[in-house]
Design a protein around this ligand. Structure first.
Ligand code: MRU
Length: 342
């Protein structure tokens, strides 16, 4: 599998080759690929690649390898539920296959398994691509004419297998001539907004500007921002939403200024097992990502650092969730349940 190394963007476009689940997990952990839906899709293919290493054997061996593979992939990052969704879906496919082929299986049976694994991974990907299109349509309809919009982190094509979630909404609205201006927050410390989102917006011809995260309140107050749209890594069953660190602060500012705050995310982002945001594990990443920028130290040696990579925005601060099944507003446990049942 070829992976666009997002760590090098926007300066250079280079692909790395991944041949198994361990390679996929490493690329995910090291941020060569990132963004909730994308790490899920990559995990599905990483799983399918790992199956190719199987030798003809028994159903029991298949189940053992499949479980080990899913666990390896899921250990890469803890917050984005898309990773768990995709790994578990591939695991279910393998377990179901094993149940249909009990005992020893031949090279031919193995061939069938590989074909099914590839098919399932492609399906996970296609569903994400289609979901992005649908969210773009629903989201674009929600936005006013001459919309001045702000986004945070990168929820664009780079983070998905389609046009993106939040950025997909902006580009779909831009195609309908509804976007007057888009602002991308730089997204300290990993700079997804500065390196990726503004790059995508520029490539799509969206009139846009980059700002540092601490400029957001001032820009919202003084520049006519009338919508904010972000993506999500995990949405609890009550609508509390984990997304890139800084999202919560933006939602509080939006509430103060009565600016609608939208979260665009495909339904596999909704974790019905999480009762509320308190059940979501927040990834803590390395201190070096905070103390170094492009290899340059920006803080004293030996400094103590915190680096939560995500935060949780309470459902009450979210105007609407934009999913591929439609718009959920108000964001409540009941309205989410209703949307999922569609
Ligand atoms: O740490 P990252 O870059 O993987 O975090 C990405 C985000 O927080 C995105 O906003 C989220 O995954 C949605 S991507 C469509």
């Amino acid at each position: 599998m070829k992976i666009l190394d997002q760590r090098l963007l926007p300066d250079s476009i280079k692909f790395i080759t991944v041949r198994n689940a361990a390679g996929t997990a490493k690329a995910t952990k090291d941020m060569a690929l990132r963004g909730a839906p994308l790490i899920g899709c990559a995990a599905a293919f990483g799983f399918a690649l790992e199956m190719r290493r199987l030798k003809p054997g028994s159903a029991a061996e298949l189940i053992k390898t499949a479980k080990r593979t899913a666990d390896l992939l899921k250990a890469a990052r803890p917050t984005a539920v898309a990773l768990f969704y995709a790994a578990d879906r591939m695991l279910n496919m393998a377990v179901t296959f094993a149940a249909k082929h009990p005992g020893k299986f031949s090279a031919n049976t193995l061939k069938q398994l590989l074909a099914q694994a590839d098919k399932e991974a492609r399906l996970v990907t296609k569903e994400d691509e289609d979901a992005c299109e649908a969210m773009g349509e629903y989201g674009a309809r929600l936005l006013p004419k001459n919309c001045v919009i702000m986004t945070h982190c990168n929820a664009g094509a780079l983070a998905t297998m389609g046009i993106g979630t939040a950025v997909g909404v902006i580009t779909a609205a831009h195609k309908k001539c509804k976007i007057k201006h888009a602002y991308s927050c730089e997204t300290r410390p990993y700079l997804q907004g500065a390196r990726l989102t503004i790059w995508e917006l520029m490539r799509e011809g969206v009139p846009s500007e980059l700002l540092t995260d601490n400029m957001a309140a001032h820009i919202i107050k003084t520049c006519g921002v009338n919508a904010i749209v972000v993506g999500a890594d995990r949405i609890a069953s009550n609508g509390d939403t984990a997304n890139k660190i800084g999202t919560y602060g933006l939602a509080v500012i939006a509430k103060h200024h009565k600016v609608p705050f939208y979260v665009a995310a495909p339904t596999p982002t909704i974790d019905m097992a999480a009762r509320d945001g308190g059940d979501i594990v927040i990834e803590e990443r390395s201190t070096e990502e905070v103390t170094f920028v492009k290899g340059n130290r920006i803080a004293p040696k030996g400094v103590r650092v915190r680096h939560p990579a995500f935060d949780v925005t309470p459902a009450a601060l979210i105007t609407a969730l934009i999913t591929e099944k439609g718009v959920i507003s108000p964001v409540t446990r009941a309205s989410i349940k209703q949307n999922l049942a569609k």
